[in-house]
Ligand binder design. Structure first.
Ligand code: S3P
Length: 445
């Protein structure tokens, strides 16, 4: 982390409704992909609205280390000059991925089909996360790996140029694994196919098509089949990155649980593969209006008007999990203020995110006076029906930005402060989180 070297405690509180109009930073998933595909096109791509969070900056640094240029210019745009598919250079030092699983897994896909060797390192959180899920398919495509025990970072890999095309049925619902294979296939002959039983975020497919790759997507009985023709030539693009729905989730839930609030969040990506939280919150009775729906750069976008609402507990349909996989921590906060019980299952993947988000949320919510039951693959949260929670606890963020922001938001609806022990991880995805919440009326300490 580049920010302060000492833990940075944070607590938010509010004594008025949250009112105002805000914009959240650019979508993290789309920002990573824009830098990577720009680096593989021949010529200059221009990116507007790139998320300048630590995770995305780690991707930009890696692309530079492999021969592309990726710079922010005075006008706030990012300009990426690519080297062409097959043209990545051997990095001279280890690629430091910081906290970013997306950077790591997608870049492993890129390296897999280049004749280069690269070492990936990361922080304590990233070094605990499983990489076997990308090592397996990329090995089948010809890459070789030396990983730390359990298939973890630090790891060194050598790519094969050209790689071997693959037909791969995803064993886990993971856009990162899907994208790693699709990116590797760009420098493999013939057609590579990825089959996903449950659709996951489709930004890679959309953006690869935008850059001129031949991609087809077919819904078949065995799942969604994504086919891509390799040895692609990517053409540089002008990309506009929409606001990140996973960041919008925090002011959205804050507005729902602070009485009297009325917040407009402009320019938010509402791609159906990401919009599960809106669906779940509406099932709970949330007032969320999608205004001015439009398409920007191949992605659906809308302005979201969110008003404080009386929420009710629900059984969250497990099939929408992939479309809100990063939003469960903040959904559990909404559930803690809802009337009745919320049950969420089918969430084994939450245990291998930046932290074990099931255990970490269960522990933090309990410390704040919320009754929860931890399941192997989910969480049961008993809500208050709108009554403020007790609070009065210090909660550990475990190097996890979404845990930090979730408990900061819970503090807005608690009697006594909820202190997040270390808010530094927020800079990985949403550096403007605290000032944005302040602009709506929250106070930070
Ligand atoms: C991402 C995919 C998801 C998500 C992550 C970003 C992506 O991870 O949790 O924050 O950009 O492809 P998984 O593929 O592990 O589900």
């Amino acid at each position: 982390m580049t920010a302060a070297s000492q833990p940075l405690p944070l607590s938010l509180n509010v004594s008025t409704p949250l009112i105002g109009t805000v914009r959240v930073p650019g979508d993290k998933s789309i920002s990573h992909r824009a830098l990577m595909l720009g680096a593989l096109a021949v010529g200059e791509s221009v990116i507007e609205g790139l998320l300048e969070g630590e995770d995305v900056l780690a991707t930009a640094a890696a692309m530079r280390a492999m021969g592309a240029s990726a710079e922010r210019t005075g006008d706030g745009l990012w300009r990426v000059n690519g080297v062409g598919v097959g043209g990545l250079l051997q990095p001279q030092t280890a690629l430091d991925m910081g906290n970013s699983g997306t950077s790591t897994r997608l870049l492993m896909g890129l390296v897999a089909s280049h004749a280069i060797t690269a070492t990936f390192t990361g922080d304590a959180s990233l070094s605990k996360r499983p990489m076997g899920r990308v090592i397996d398919p990329l090995s089948l495509m010809g890459a070789r790996f030396e990983a730390s025990p359990g298939g973890r970072l630090p790891l060194t890999m050598a790519g094969l140029c050209p790689a071997v095309p693959l037909r791969y049925v995803l064993p886990v619902a993971s856009a990162q694994v899907k994208s790693a294979v699709l990116l590797a296939s760009l420098n493999a002959p013939g057609v590579t196919m990825v089959i996903e039983k449950t659709p996951t975020r489709d930004h890679s497919e959309r953006m690869l098509t935008g850059f001129g790759a031949q991609v087809t997507v077919e819904d078949a009985p065995e799942g969604r089949i994504i086919s891509i023709r390799g040895e692609a030539e990517l053409k540089p693009q002008a990309i506009i990155v929409p606001g990140d729905p996973s960041s919008a989730a925090f002011p959205m839930v804050a507005a729902l649980i602070v009485p009297g609030s009325d917040v407009l969040i402009e320019n938010v990506g509402v791609n159906p593969t990401r919009a599960g939280l809106i669906q779940a919150l509406r099932m709970m009775g949330a007032s969320i209006e999608l205004l001015n729906e439009r398409e920007v750069g191949g992605e659906p976008v809308a302005d979201l008007r969110v008003r404080a609402s009386a929420l009710s507990g629900i059984e969250v349909p497990p099939e929408i999990a992939p479309s809100m996989i990063d939003e469960y921590p903040i959904l559990f906060v909404a559930a803690a203020l809802a009337g009745g019980t919320t049950v969420a299952r089918g969430l084994g993947e939450l245990r291998v995110k930046e932290s074990d988000r099931i255990t970490v949320m269960a522990e933090g919510l309990r410390a704040c006076g919320v009754r929860v039951e931890e399941l192997e693959d989910g969480l049961v949260v008993h809500g208050t029906g709108g009554e403020r929670r007790a609070g009065g606890a210090t909660v550990a963020s475990h190097l996890d930005h979404r845990i930090a922001m979730s408990f900061a938001v819970l503090g807005l609806a608690a009697h006594r402060p909820v202190i997040v022990d270390d808010a530094r991880p927020i800079a990985t995805s949403f550096p403007s989180f605290v000032p944005l919440m302040e602009s709506l009326g929250a106070e930070s300490r």
